[in-house]
Design a protein around this ligand. Structure first.
Ligand SMILES: [Zn+2]
Length: 470
């Protein structure tokens, strides 16, 4: 049930190392520890949708289309373009939140596998794209932090909700899902969602682009919380399409994405600092990040990072930045193994000087940081404002940019978007309630380039840089 990209011996070794590191909290590791995380998702032995389920949903869809008097014409061509089917909720301030666990299997032979890029990020017979929440997928699910949204506008033609949502293995359970028909007759399946999280809309109602459909879960035949996103060019499962354009796509040709993401997106998706180890239990237990912001001067802390698409030969650079901006300590992680998702941590002795520090990680040219305080008491317990986290995503951004603010004092913050020559292009206000807010800015009309977002209150000013790239 685990997607294995390395020898089983190494896997066992890494598993033993992981268990050991979590068990012995008091020992200070002399070397880096970590490995694959989490334990992987569906594979050929655990298909996301069983053949019996395909048969059933096809019948249900046919009935619903008839009942709803929907268009059943078979188009010669399709014109639907998808935006990303997941969005984070306000308050999730991690650097990213997903990795792709499986693409569509383009190899008709069994047990042969081949994804659209001629790689093997799929399992035999897989018909969708599995987008997995990470890290802490069950915690994210419990807190409704990763939402499934309509990748294209359309009409709901089938919906299922109310089924158990913390499965860890193949089963014959019904999933919580939504099936949407687009204007060109093509159909998208959104599978495995959280029980009772689905939109109240029913079959026959329309949804707009980006509209909330549900929360990522592990319902149906699923081994971890993820979205299985599947595309048909008609309402028949026989017209399966692979939305990703690439050399080995024999099921579609042109991309179905407004902006197709790269085949792999190597990045640090979360950086965190801990006193105690993060608790990463197996499916289906909610994880405990044990993330801290305040530390004792000179104590030892654990510096974690979680990676997507770790690639052998790559280096992750890590450093602790002093309050003044100089480097307190720096080290590197040298990748030797491929992982879709992995995590690593190192124990480091903290600075003795009181102040607000930054733990910075850089991988594949992308920075992911986390602020922390040494000697909170001596600082007179800094306000949440001093520890507040502001993130701008995605970066690069397309037509929309999200500003997520967490740990802010409640009130109104001024938002200014400036270009590289300092001209203010957008001025707006973000009202922080319950110490967090997600602000959405439309940047569709702006030319591609580098922009700066300033978030200001009477006593705080944070500036974030991002790239607009369409
Ligand atoms: Zn799947």
């Amino acid at each position: 049930m685990i997607k294995i990209y390395f020898s089983s011996t190494l896997f066992i070794l890494l598993t033993v190392l992981s268990i050991r590191s979590f068990a012995q909290n008091t020992s200070i590791a002399q070397s880096e520890e970590g490995g694959q995380y989490p334990a992987g998702i569906n594979d050929a032995a655990h298909p996301c949708i069983t053949p019996q389920q395909y048969e059933l949903i096809e019948k249900q869809i046919a009935e619903n289309i008839k009942l709803l008097k929907l268009d059943t014409r078979q188009r010669k061509t399709t014109s639907t373009l998808f935006s990303w089917p997941l969005q984070t909720s306000a308050g999730l301030i991690d650097c990213s939140y997903y990795y792709i666990g499986n693409y569509v299997d383009e190899d008709p032979t069994s047990p042969g596998v081949k994804d659209y890029n001629c790689g093997t990020v799929t399992y035999d017979g897989h018909r969708g794209t599995d987008i997995c929440s990470a890290p802490y997928p069950f915690l994210k699910m419990d807190n409704n932090q990763v939402n499934v949204v309509a990748a294209a506008p359309g009409t709901i033609i089938q919906k299922s909700d109310g089924y158990f949502d913390k499965n860890c293995a193949m089963n014959t359970d019904t999933a919580n899902y939504i099936i949407i028909q687009h204007a060109d007759g093509s159909v998208a399946l959104y599978w495995h969602m959280k029980k009772f999280s689905l939109t109240s809309k029913i079959a026959g109602q329309t949804v707009s682009l980006g509209e909330f459909l549900g929360v990522v879960g592990s319902s149906g035949s699923s081994t971890a919380p993820h979205l299985h996103f599947e595309v048909w060019s008609t309402s028949s499962s026989a017209t399966l399409k692979d939305p990703w354009a690439g050399t080995c796509n024999s099921l579609g040709g042109a991309t179905w994405w407004v902006a197709q993401k790269p085949y792999t997106e190597p990045a640090v998706i979360k950086a965190q600092v801990n006193s105690l180890p993060a608790i990463l239990p197996g499916c289906d237990t909610t994880e405990t990040p044990n993330e801290d912001s305040c530390f004792t001067a000179g104590a030892t802390a654990k510096f974690y990072f979680f990676l997507r698409n770790e690639t052998p030969g790559d280096t992750v650079r890590e450093r602790i930045i002093n309050p003044g901006g100089s480097t307190f300590a720096s080290w590197t992680h040298n990748s030797t193994t491929s992982y879709l998702a992995s995590y690593w941590y190192w124990n480091k002795v903290l600075p003795a000087t009181t102040g607000i520090y930054t733990y910075e990680t850089i991988y594949n040219g992308i920075t992911c940081s986390k602020n922390f305080v040494v000697n909170c008491g001596a600082l007179g317990m800094p306000t949440m404002t001093e520890l507040s986290q502001v993130s701008v995503s995605p970066n690069p951004a397309g037509n929309t940019v999200y500003i997520d603010m967490e740990g802010m004092e409640n009130g109104n913050y001024k938002i200014s978007l400036k270009n590289t020559i300092g001209q203010i292009i957008i001025s707006d206000i973000a009202a922080v309630v319950n110490n967090a807010v997600r602000k959405t800015l439309s940047i569709a009309a702006l030319p591609n380039g580098i922009y700066f977002l300033a978030i200001e209150s009477g006593k705080t000013r944070i500036v974030k840089k991002f790239i607009k790239q369409n």
